[in-house]
Design a protein around this ligand. Sequence first.
Ligand code: ADP
Ligand code: MG
Length: 247
Amino acid sequence: MNPGWFPTKFDMITVKNITKHFGKFKALDDLNLTMDRGECIALIGPNGCGKTTLIKSILGMVLPEKGEITFEGKNIKNDDEYRRDIGYMPQIGRYPENMTIEQVLNMVQGIRKHASDVDLDLYNAFEIEKFKTKRMRTLSGGTTQKVSATLAFMFQPKVLILDEPTAGLDPIAAEILKEKIIAAKNKGCLILITSHLLSELEDFVSQIIFMQDGQLILHKNVDDLKATTGQATIAKSIIHLLKELKS
Ligand code: ADP
Ligand code: MG
């Protein structure tokens, strides 16, 4: 019941009819999507289906030719402020090569100086202190991922967008990150995560988005997905559903 004066609760993120071409290639094809607070959404689909392009569109790093994206009800076009509420872990993190880890972390904290409470859980858990004086160009892929993960969680964002976060991490670091993701989910963050390892998502995702050729094929609650397919795992449910869609 809404008495009229009660503030409308906007969807956290909506994507409306977005299309993006790279040259003649259509990377996103009239895609529509709503993401609510508190959900932990797995974004999956074959290589090249447009997952990263969708993520970058939400972040304003890729500009779709058509359509609109809103964040808490506001169009993100010509807006920078909304990004403060997003922690982003890129698929491939790129940093100034000659800066040390410590310098990068300090620089970002300097830019985000309004942030009072800096979350150093991952910095500590990954023991970054031990190699903070290493330059970014000398780091292994996994260590760069640890820096990216630390930065994504550092400013306690409302929304976390994690693009293949565990790719390249050693198993222990991957487990540390997974626990941090679950803690963020329990605090009510909206989480959008891509991963090739469906088994790794099993414990904590609440919804699945499956994309193919720049289109959204399905967006479902995990429980509904398992119930309708009669399968016990996300991976089996999706394979089951894809077979059905094809037939
Ligand atoms: P995914 O993350 O699902 O693997 P991407 O969103 O990275 O897929 O890429 C979707 C498609 O768009 C791929 O075919 C990719 O080669 C192409 N693409 C992505 N970014 C660019 C770009 N900047 N220029 C040209 N093509 C691109
Ligand atoms: Mg990608």
